[in-house]
Design a protein around this ligand. Structure first.
Ligand SMILES: Cc1cc2nc3c(=O)[nH]c(=O)nc-3n(C[C@H](O)[C@H](O)[C@H](O)COP(=O)(O)OP(=O)(O)OC[C@H]3O[C@@H](n4cnc5c(N)ncnc54)[C@H](O)[C@@H]3O)c2cc1C
Length: 437
């Protein structure tokens, strides 16, 4: 219901200003259908671009029904849809009303027409650099900075273009409406880029311990400094971590919370050395400053309280949200059955192995390691997760009733989803956390 409510709100935000501008007593005489359509497409695109800022503003109430990965997924495809609308807006003028476009040369063209063209270029650049970031070898931090500049700059230029053209916004009331609409998006940007980092700045965390877990992963133990920290989170959720940097610099990275809620106000994150930022985690010192933005996410067994049991299918560092859930289950005296399929290159790389064995003795958990390189006396599963492994371990009569939580490398998630679908597990019983937004 909440999800439907948010979708309805989205449609209202995109269409309402359009309707108000197109209808009423003071509508200027339209040239004809094509002319009005082109204008309408421009307004709709502008509203959609405005909502893009809200989608990535990480409002808890709006992200909770969907999960933040779905929100980012929407952000991505709605941006493409909005760009198609802007291109159509431009194309209609270019094909049928070329005279109205006037001079291209910015030195002689009216400023608002140049602003419109620059906005179009900024939106195209924002979409292309996002869609092809990896192919263009754009480093994530640089891409993110450029994305913010292109999006905010493009939006400001487009707003200037609309007000400068002044066609449907000429009447004072409509102009006021469009101005307040634009202002609300500006306030949203101010909230995301200025106010929220300021709030984070006042709620710092201190690294109180750095624990090495295996060869290339470290757990950071974080304590709130000068405040009480979070009051609650659901095991399996994640947060954005800013480490040794100001929250204004947008150098944040998402990590699952590997600790459980009963350990609050202490929060732990277990981070594997995989790249530029994570490669520096081992250099973290006790006393280092950190900031958290969270908790987020819907990857938690607590969201399905009526489930008859759980199957965790994880690969490598994908264990982090699951160890949080197992710790929480042990604390709460969970008695429902749990299967943990835990895939790793070899047994030595399995994070939290000893603790998982201890938790398995307290809980009703079957731990099923899957290793690619098996030791000589190995009697467990080898290779990659297969449908046969699931059939062998999870009793048939329970398969459709259990809830499945998947976290690991994308190919593993895809394979696991395909196996579960083949075993006729209902889609709503499959929950996946993707470690790449
Ligand atoms: C919901 C979620 C939970 C996660 N939980 C964990 C965890 O518990 N433990 C763990 O080790 N890893 C976790 N990750 C993955 C972790 O966020 C990335 O490995 C890390 O941000 C990579 O940064 P890097 O600079 O070291 O890598 P790079 O090699 O520079 O980047 C590798 C890729 O990681 C992504 N990435 C890089 N920087 C960011 C950023 N600031 N924000 C988002 N994505 C970025 C990009 O797709 C990039 O191409 C999680 C990711 C998500 C989305």
């Amino acid at each position: 219901m909440r999800a439907t409510g948010w979708i309805a709100l989205y449609l209202a935000i995109v269409t309402l200003p359009l309707l108000v501008l197109l209808f009423g007593d003071d509508v200027p005489p339209g040239y004809e259908f094509g002319w009005d359509l082109a204008k309408a497409l421009g307004f709709a695109a502008m509203s959609m671009f405005g909502v893009q800022f809200a989608l990535t503003a990480r409002f808890h109430a709006a992200t909770a029904p969907f999960g933040i990965d779905i929100i980012y997924f929407l952000h991505r495809y709605l941006a493409i849809a909005a760009l198609v609308l802007v291109l159509a807006h431009f194309a209609i003028f270019w094909i049928w009303y070329q005279d109205s476009l006037g001079e291209l040369n910015p030195l002689v063209a009216p400023w608002h027409m140049t602003a419109g063209r620059a906005a179009l270029l900024a939106f195209i650049a924002a979409v292309i650099t996002s869609e092809f970031r990896e192919k263009l070898h754009l480093e994530y931090g640089l891409w993110r900075f450029a994305h913010i500049v292109l999006a905010v700059g493009g939006f400001a230029l487009a707003a200037g273009h609309i007000l400068g053209v002044g066609y449907y916004t000429e009447a004072p009331l409509k102009r006021a409406l469009w101005l307040s609409f634009t202002l609300s998006w500006v306030l949203l940007i101010v909230w995301v880029r200025i106010v929220r980092p300021a709030i984070q700045q006042r709620r710092p965390y201190r690294v109180s311990e750095v624990r090495q877990e295996g060869d290339d992963a470290w757990t950071l133990v974080l304590e709130p400094e000068g405040h009480r920290g979070w009051r609650r989170f659901q095991p399996g959720q994640f947060a954005w971590l800013t480490l040794k940097a100001s929250p204004w610099l947008t150098k944040e990275h998402p990590f699952s919370l590997s600790s459980a809620p009963h350990q609050l106000p202490t929060v732990e994150m277990t981070i594997k050395d995989l790249g530029d930022f994570t490669g520096t985690i081992s250099e973290t010192k006790v006393g280092d400053r950190a900031y958290l933005d969270g908790p987020f996410g819907i990857f938690s067994y607590q969201r399905v309280p009526r489930a008859e049991g759980f199957v965790f299918i994880v690969g490598g560092v994908g264990i982090t949200p699951v160890i949080s859930m197992l710790r929480s289950m042990a604390h709460e005296g969970e008695t429902r059955p749990v299967w943990l399929f835990y895939a790793n290159p070899d047994l030595g790389s399995a994070l939290f192995k000893d603790e998982i064995d201890t938790l398995a003795r307290q809980l009703n958990v079957q731990v099923l390691h899957i290793v690619q390189e098996a030791p000589p006396d190995w009697t467990g599963h080898t290779g990659l997760l297969t449908q046969e492994m699931l059939e062998e371990e999870v009793p048939e009569e329970l398969r459709q009733k259990l809830h499945y939580f998947l976290c690991g490398p994308p190919p593993m998630l895809e394979a696991a989803e395909a196996h579960l679908t083949a075993l006729t597990v209902p889609r709503r019983h499959i929950h996946a956390e993707i470690f790449n937004l």
